[in-house]
Design a protein around this ligand. Sequence first.
Ligand SMILES: [Fe+2]
Ligand SMILES: [Fe+2]
Length: 365
Amino acid sequence: MRVINVNEIKPGMILAERLVSPRGQLLAEAGTSITAQQLLHATYYGIEKVAVQDEEEAIDKYDDEAPDEFIGETQSWRILNSREFKEFKQAYNKCTDKLEAIITDFVENKVPIESEEIVEEIHRVFEKHSTGLGIMAMMLNIQELDASTFQHCVNVAIISRVCGGWIGITDEKELDVLTMCGLYHDIGKSLVPHTILTKPDKLTKEEYARMAEHPLLGYNLLMDAKLDRRIKLAALQHHERNDGSGYPYGLTKDFISPFSKIIGITDVYDAMTADRVYRAGICPFEVIAQFQREDKAKYDQHILQVFLENIAESYIGTGVLLSDDSRGIISMINSKALSCPLVKMDDGSFIDLRERSDLFIRACI
Ligand SMILES: [Fe+2]
Ligand SMILES: [Fe+2]
Protein backbone atom coordinates (compact mmCIF):
# COMPACT_ATOMS: atom_id res chain seq x y z
CA MET A 1 0.00 0.00 0.00
CA ARG A 2 1.15 3.56 -0.56
CA VAL A 3 -0.42 6.89 0.26
CA ILE A 4 -0.27 9.38 -2.57
CA ASN A 5 -1.55 12.81 -3.44
CA VAL A 6 -5.02 12.85 -4.92
CA ASN A 7 -3.77 14.62 -8.05
CA GLU A 8 -1.45 11.71 -8.75
CA ILE A 9 -4.27 9.20 -8.67
CA LYS A 10 -5.51 7.88 -11.95
CA PRO A 11 -8.89 6.28 -12.52
CA GLY A 12 -8.46 2.55 -12.32
CA MET A 13 -6.09 2.49 -9.34
CA ILE A 14 -7.16 0.12 -6.59
CA LEU A 15 -8.08 1.71 -3.28
CA ALA A 16 -6.32 0.27 -0.23
CA GLU A 17 -8.71 1.96 2.19
CA ARG A 18 -12.27 3.20 2.04
CA LEU A 19 -12.55 6.68 0.59
CA VAL A 20 -14.63 8.77 2.99
CA SER A 21 -15.63 12.45 2.81
CA PRO A 22 -14.80 14.73 5.78
CA ARG A 23 -18.42 14.34 6.87
CA GLY A 24 -18.16 10.59 6.88
CA GLN A 25 -19.94 9.88 3.64
CA LEU A 26 -18.62 6.79 1.85
CA LEU A 27 -17.30 7.75 -1.58
CA ALA A 28 -15.74 4.42 -2.56
CA GLU A 29 -15.08 1.02 -1.01
CA ALA A 30 -11.62 -0.38 -0.31
CA GLY A 31 -10.49 -2.90 -2.89
CA THR A 32 -12.40 -1.29 -5.75
CA SER A 33 -10.83 0.56 -8.63
CA ILE A 34 -11.45 4.24 -8.34
CA THR A 35 -13.50 5.88 -11.07
CA ALA A 36 -12.96 9.34 -12.48
CA GLN A 37 -16.25 10.46 -10.96
CA GLN A 38 -15.17 9.31 -7.49
CA LEU A 39 -11.91 11.16 -7.99
CA LEU A 40 -13.82 14.32 -8.76
CA HIS A 41 -15.74 13.86 -5.52
CA ALA A 42 -12.52 13.33 -3.57
CA THR A 43 -11.03 16.51 -5.03
CA TYR A 44 -14.20 18.40 -4.34
CA TYR A 45 -14.26 17.38 -0.70
CA GLY A 46 -10.70 18.56 -0.31
CA ILE A 47 -9.27 15.07 0.28
CA GLU A 48 -5.54 15.39 -0.27
CA LYS A 49 -4.13 11.91 0.23
CA VAL A 50 -5.48 8.56 -0.82
CA ALA A 51 -4.20 5.09 0.02
CA VAL A 52 -3.93 2.84 -3.00
CA GLN A 53 -2.73 -0.70 -3.48
CA ASP A 54 0.69 -1.03 -4.95
CA GLU A 55 -0.50 -2.23 -8.28
CA GLU A 56 1.35 -0.73 -11.17
CA GLU A 57 -0.52 -3.21 -13.31
CA ALA A 58 -3.76 -1.42 -12.63
CA ILE A 59 -2.29 1.78 -14.02
CA ASP A 60 -0.88 0.06 -17.08
CA LYS A 61 -4.20 -1.61 -17.66
CA TYR A 62 -5.88 1.73 -17.36
CA ASP A 63 -3.56 3.34 -19.88
CA ASP A 64 -4.26 0.55 -22.36
CA GLU A 65 -7.99 0.42 -22.05
CA ALA A 66 -9.27 3.67 -20.60
CA PRO A 67 -12.95 3.17 -19.82
CA ASP A 68 -15.53 5.13 -21.72
CA GLU A 69 -16.63 6.97 -18.66
CA PHE A 70 -13.08 8.25 -18.28
CA ILE A 71 -13.33 11.88 -17.46
CA GLY A 72 -9.92 12.39 -15.92
CA GLU A 73 -9.11 15.02 -18.49
CA THR A 74 -12.51 16.59 -18.78
CA GLN A 75 -13.41 20.20 -18.47
CA SER A 76 -14.50 19.52 -14.88
CA TRP A 77 -11.21 17.94 -14.03
CA ARG A 78 -9.29 20.84 -15.45
CA ILE A 79 -11.48 23.37 -13.65
CA LEU A 80 -11.34 21.57 -10.31
CA ASN A 81 -7.56 21.44 -10.48
CA SER A 82 -7.02 25.02 -11.57
CA ARG A 83 -5.74 27.76 -9.31
CA GLU A 84 -8.66 29.87 -10.54
CA PHE A 85 -11.12 27.38 -9.08
CA LYS A 86 -9.33 27.32 -5.73
CA GLU A 87 -9.55 31.12 -5.55
CA PHE A 88 -13.16 30.98 -6.64
CA LYS A 89 -14.00 28.44 -3.98
CA GLN A 90 -12.38 30.60 -1.29
CA ALA A 91 -14.38 33.67 -2.30
CA TYR A 92 -17.51 31.54 -2.57
CA ASN A 93 -17.04 30.04 0.89
CA LYS A 94 -16.60 33.54 2.31
CA CYS A 95 -19.94 34.52 0.76
CA THR A 96 -21.80 31.54 2.22
CA ASP A 97 -20.30 32.08 5.70
CA LYS A 98 -21.18 35.75 5.60
CA LEU A 99 -24.71 35.06 4.40
CA GLU A 100 -25.25 32.55 7.17
CA ALA A 101 -24.08 35.10 9.76
CA ILE A 102 -26.28 37.88 8.31
CA ILE A 103 -29.42 35.75 8.12
CA THR A 104 -28.95 34.10 11.51
CA ASP A 105 -28.34 37.47 13.19
CA PHE A 106 -31.33 38.98 11.45
CA VAL A 107 -33.78 36.16 12.14
CA GLU A 108 -32.67 35.31 15.67
CA ASN A 109 -31.41 38.61 17.04
CA LYS A 110 -33.18 41.17 14.84
CA VAL A 111 -29.85 42.61 13.71
CA PRO A 112 -30.61 44.76 10.62
CA ILE A 113 -29.50 43.27 7.32
CA GLU A 114 -26.25 44.83 6.13
CA SER A 115 -25.59 43.63 2.60
CA GLU A 116 -22.73 45.85 1.54
CA GLU A 117 -19.94 43.52 2.54
CA ILE A 118 -21.42 40.38 1.05
CA VAL A 119 -22.27 42.12 -2.22
CA GLU A 120 -18.68 43.35 -2.36
CA GLU A 121 -17.54 39.79 -1.83
CA ILE A 122 -19.67 38.74 -4.79
CA HIS A 123 -18.16 41.58 -6.84
CA ARG A 124 -14.78 40.03 -6.08
CA VAL A 125 -15.98 36.69 -7.48
CA PHE A 126 -16.92 38.53 -10.66
CA GLU A 127 -13.77 40.64 -10.88
CA LYS A 128 -11.65 37.55 -11.33
CA HIS A 129 -14.02 36.06 -13.86
CA SER A 130 -15.07 38.78 -16.20
CA THR A 131 -17.15 36.50 -18.39
CA GLY A 132 -20.38 35.06 -17.13
CA LEU A 133 -19.51 31.82 -18.87
CA GLY A 134 -16.40 31.21 -16.78
CA ILE A 135 -18.47 31.72 -13.66
CA MET A 136 -21.17 29.33 -14.81
CA ALA A 137 -18.57 26.62 -15.43
CA MET A 138 -17.21 27.19 -11.91
CA MET A 139 -20.72 27.09 -10.50
CA LEU A 140 -21.39 23.69 -12.03
CA ASN A 141 -18.31 22.36 -10.35
CA ILE A 142 -18.94 23.86 -6.94
CA GLN A 143 -22.17 21.92 -6.49
CA GLU A 144 -22.28 19.72 -3.41
CA LEU A 145 -24.40 16.68 -2.73
CA ASP A 146 -25.85 18.16 0.43
CA ALA A 147 -25.66 21.89 -0.24
CA SER A 148 -27.06 24.05 2.56
CA THR A 149 -29.76 26.65 2.00
CA PHE A 150 -27.06 29.33 2.33
CA GLN A 151 -24.98 27.76 -0.42
CA HIS A 152 -28.07 27.48 -2.58
CA CYS A 153 -28.86 31.18 -2.00
CA VAL A 154 -25.32 32.26 -2.90
CA ASN A 155 -25.56 30.10 -6.04
CA VAL A 156 -28.85 31.70 -7.04
CA ALA A 157 -27.40 35.16 -6.35
CA ILE A 158 -24.34 34.58 -8.54
CA ILE A 159 -26.26 32.86 -11.34
CA SER A 160 -28.91 35.59 -11.31
CA ARG A 161 -26.27 38.29 -11.62
CA VAL A 162 -24.80 36.46 -14.62
CA CYS A 163 -28.28 36.04 -16.10
CA GLY A 164 -29.05 39.72 -15.50
CA GLY A 165 -25.99 40.66 -17.54
CA TRP A 166 -27.03 38.32 -20.33
CA ILE A 167 -30.51 39.83 -20.60
CA GLY A 168 -28.99 43.28 -20.88
CA ILE A 169 -28.99 44.80 -17.38
CA THR A 170 -25.88 46.96 -17.29
CA ASP A 171 -26.52 49.21 -14.29
CA GLU A 172 -24.37 47.91 -11.42
CA LYS A 173 -26.88 49.08 -8.80
CA GLU A 174 -29.64 47.12 -10.51
CA LEU A 175 -27.41 44.06 -10.70
CA ASP A 176 -26.72 44.46 -6.97
CA VAL A 177 -30.45 44.46 -6.23
CA LEU A 178 -30.88 41.36 -8.38
CA THR A 179 -27.98 39.71 -6.55
CA MET A 180 -29.66 40.47 -3.23
CA CYS A 181 -32.94 39.04 -4.55
CA GLY A 182 -31.02 35.78 -4.93
CA LEU A 183 -29.29 36.03 -1.55
CA TYR A 184 -32.51 36.46 0.42
CA HIS A 185 -35.06 34.63 -1.73
CA ASP A 186 -35.23 31.60 0.59
CA ILE A 187 -34.83 33.46 3.88
CA GLY A 188 -38.24 32.09 4.91
CA LYS A 189 -36.71 28.62 5.03
CA SER A 190 -34.94 29.64 8.24
CA LEU A 191 -38.37 29.34 9.89
CA VAL A 192 -39.11 25.90 8.41
CA PRO A 193 -38.06 22.98 10.66
CA HIS A 194 -34.61 21.68 9.81
CA THR A 195 -35.90 18.10 9.71
CA ILE A 196 -38.20 19.03 6.82
CA LEU A 197 -35.51 21.00 4.95
CA THR A 198 -33.03 18.16 5.05
CA LYS A 199 -35.39 15.21 4.74
CA PRO A 200 -33.97 12.97 2.03
CA ASP A 201 -37.27 11.21 1.31
CA LYS A 202 -40.39 12.56 -0.24
CA LEU A 203 -42.19 15.04 2.00
CA THR A 204 -45.59 14.13 3.43
CA LYS A 205 -48.54 16.33 2.57
CA GLU A 206 -48.27 18.18 5.89
CA GLU A 207 -44.51 18.63 5.54
CA TYR A 208 -44.91 19.92 2.01
CA ALA A 209 -47.47 22.44 3.23
CA ARG A 210 -44.98 23.67 5.86
CA MET A 211 -42.29 23.95 3.21
CA ALA A 212 -44.60 25.84 0.87
CA GLU A 213 -45.06 28.51 3.53
CA HIS A 214 -41.48 29.73 3.13
CA PRO A 215 -42.18 32.47 0.55
CA LEU A 216 -44.77 34.09 2.78
CA LEU A 217 -42.64 33.61 5.89
CA GLY A 218 -39.72 35.20 4.04
CA TYR A 219 -41.77 38.17 2.93
CA ASN A 220 -43.03 38.73 6.47
CA LEU A 221 -39.48 38.59 7.81
CA LEU A 222 -38.25 41.16 5.29
CA MET A 223 -41.33 43.38 5.27
CA ASP A 224 -39.94 46.11 7.50
CA ALA A 225 -36.28 45.72 6.55
CA LYS A 226 -34.55 48.60 4.80
CA LEU A 227 -34.27 46.82 1.47
CA ASP A 228 -35.37 47.46 -2.10
CA ARG A 229 -38.96 46.31 -2.49
CA ARG A 230 -38.00 43.94 -5.30
CA ILE A 231 -35.89 41.91 -2.85
CA LYS A 232 -38.94 41.40 -0.63
CA LEU A 233 -41.07 40.53 -3.65
CA ALA A 234 -38.51 37.95 -4.82
CA ALA A 235 -38.79 36.21 -1.44
CA LEU A 236 -42.56 36.17 -1.85
CA GLN A 237 -42.87 35.40 -5.56
CA HIS A 238 -39.99 33.15 -6.63
CA HIS A 239 -42.26 30.08 -6.74
CA GLU A 240 -45.02 31.87 -8.67
CA ARG A 241 -45.26 30.89 -12.34
CA ASN A 242 -46.45 32.95 -15.33
CA ASP A 243 -49.38 30.61 -15.99
CA GLY A 244 -50.67 30.85 -12.41
CA SER A 245 -49.51 27.33 -11.50
CA GLY A 246 -47.13 28.52 -8.77
CA TYR A 247 -47.54 29.36 -5.11
CA PRO A 248 -48.35 30.91 -2.63
CA TYR A 249 -50.95 32.96 -4.53
CA GLY A 250 -51.03 31.47 -8.04
CA LEU A 251 -50.19 34.86 -9.51
CA THR A 252 -50.05 35.21 -13.29
CA LYS A 253 -47.31 36.89 -15.30
CA ASP A 254 -48.53 40.49 -15.11
CA PHE A 255 -48.48 40.34 -11.32
CA ILE A 256 -45.02 38.86 -10.86
CA SER A 257 -42.11 41.30 -10.56
CA PRO A 258 -39.48 40.96 -13.34
CA PHE A 259 -36.70 40.19 -10.85
CA SER A 260 -38.88 37.50 -9.24
CA LYS A 261 -39.22 35.92 -12.71
CA ILE A 262 -35.44 35.76 -13.06
CA ILE A 263 -35.06 34.21 -9.60
CA GLY A 264 -37.83 31.74 -10.51
CA ILE A 265 -35.62 30.45 -13.34
CA THR A 266 -32.19 30.55 -11.69
CA ASP A 267 -33.61 28.92 -8.53
CA VAL A 268 -34.86 25.94 -10.55
CA TYR A 269 -31.63 25.81 -12.58
CA ASP A 270 -29.56 25.57 -9.41
CA ALA A 271 -31.80 22.86 -7.95
CA MET A 272 -31.64 20.86 -11.21
CA THR A 273 -27.86 21.04 -11.52
CA ALA A 274 -27.38 20.16 -7.84
CA ASP A 275 -29.57 17.17 -8.42
CA ARG A 276 -27.79 16.08 -11.61
CA VAL A 277 -24.14 16.72 -10.97
CA TYR A 278 -23.49 13.48 -9.16
CA ARG A 279 -25.96 11.36 -11.05
CA ALA A 280 -25.30 12.18 -14.66
CA GLY A 281 -21.90 13.81 -14.81
CA ILE A 282 -21.42 17.51 -15.00
CA CYS A 283 -23.21 18.41 -18.17
CA PRO A 284 -25.85 21.10 -18.52
CA PHE A 285 -27.52 19.79 -21.69
CA GLU A 286 -29.80 17.47 -19.77
CA VAL A 287 -30.77 20.38 -17.52
CA ILE A 288 -31.54 22.46 -20.62
CA ALA A 289 -33.62 19.59 -22.01
CA GLN A 290 -35.48 19.33 -18.74
CA PHE A 291 -36.34 23.04 -18.82
CA GLN A 292 -37.56 22.67 -22.37
CA ARG A 293 -39.79 19.73 -21.49
CA GLU A 294 -41.60 21.97 -19.01
CA ASP A 295 -44.68 23.88 -20.02
CA LYS A 296 -43.63 26.95 -21.99
CA ALA A 297 -46.28 29.03 -20.26
CA LYS A 298 -44.58 28.64 -16.88
CA TYR A 299 -41.50 30.80 -17.33
CA ASP A 300 -40.73 34.07 -19.04
CA GLN A 301 -39.62 32.68 -22.39
CA HIS A 302 -37.38 35.59 -23.27
CA ILE A 303 -35.35 35.34 -20.07
CA LEU A 304 -35.25 31.55 -20.26
CA GLN A 305 -34.15 31.49 -23.91
CA VAL A 306 -31.34 34.02 -23.39
CA PHE A 307 -30.20 32.23 -20.24
CA LEU A 308 -30.14 28.72 -21.71
CA GLU A 309 -28.73 29.87 -25.06
CA ASN A 310 -25.75 31.46 -23.34
CA ILE A 311 -25.13 28.36 -21.28
CA ALA A 312 -25.37 26.08 -24.32
CA GLU A 313 -23.09 28.30 -26.39
CA SER A 314 -20.40 28.19 -23.75
CA TYR A 315 -20.04 24.49 -24.57
CA ILE A 316 -19.11 25.00 -28.22
CA GLY A 317 -15.76 23.26 -28.71
CA THR A 318 -16.29 20.95 -25.73
CA GLY A 319 -15.92 17.21 -26.11
CA VAL A 320 -19.01 15.11 -25.51
CA LEU A 321 -19.77 11.47 -25.01
CA LEU A 322 -23.00 10.42 -26.69
CA SER A 323 -25.44 7.81 -25.45
CA ASP A 324 -24.07 5.21 -27.91
CA ASP A 325 -20.52 5.74 -26.53
CA SER A 326 -19.33 7.63 -29.57
CA ARG A 327 -17.42 10.86 -29.05
CA GLY A 328 -17.33 14.22 -30.69
CA ILE A 329 -17.06 17.95 -30.25
CA ILE A 330 -19.96 20.39 -30.05
CA SER A 331 -19.64 22.55 -33.11
CA MET A 332 -22.89 24.49 -33.33
CA ILE A 333 -25.90 25.19 -31.13
CA ASN A 334 -29.39 25.00 -32.58
CA SER A 335 -31.14 27.98 -31.06
CA LYS A 336 -34.50 26.26 -31.58
CA ALA A 337 -33.37 23.07 -29.87
CA LEU A 338 -30.68 24.07 -27.40
CA SER A 339 -30.18 20.61 -25.95
CA CYS A 340 -29.57 19.12 -29.43
CA PRO A 341 -26.43 20.72 -30.87
CA LEU A 342 -24.53 19.79 -34.00
CA VAL A 343 -21.68 17.46 -33.04
CA LYS A 344 -18.52 16.85 -35.06
CA MET A 345 -17.62 13.22 -34.55
CA ASP A 346 -14.13 11.77 -34.13
CA ASP A 347 -14.24 10.41 -37.69
CA GLY A 348 -14.94 13.88 -39.08
CA SER A 349 -18.64 13.32 -39.79
CA PHE A 350 -21.37 15.52 -38.28
CA ILE A 351 -24.40 14.47 -36.26
CA ASP A 352 -27.28 16.87 -35.85
CA LEU A 353 -28.82 15.72 -32.59
CA ARG A 354 -32.09 17.40 -33.57
CA GLU A 355 -32.51 14.71 -36.17
CA ARG A 356 -31.41 11.85 -33.96
CA SER A 357 -34.00 11.29 -31.28
CA ASP A 358 -32.22 7.99 -30.47
CA LEU A 359 -29.10 9.85 -29.28
CA PHE A 360 -28.41 12.25 -26.46
CA ILE A 361 -25.37 13.76 -24.74
CA ARG A 362 -24.36 11.53 -21.86
CA ALA A 363 -21.46 13.56 -20.55
CA CYS A 364 -19.22 16.49 -21.38
CA ILE A 365 -15.63 15.30 -21.58
FE1 LIG B 1 -37.84 28.83 -2.40
FE1 LIG C 1 -34.54 28.54 -3.67
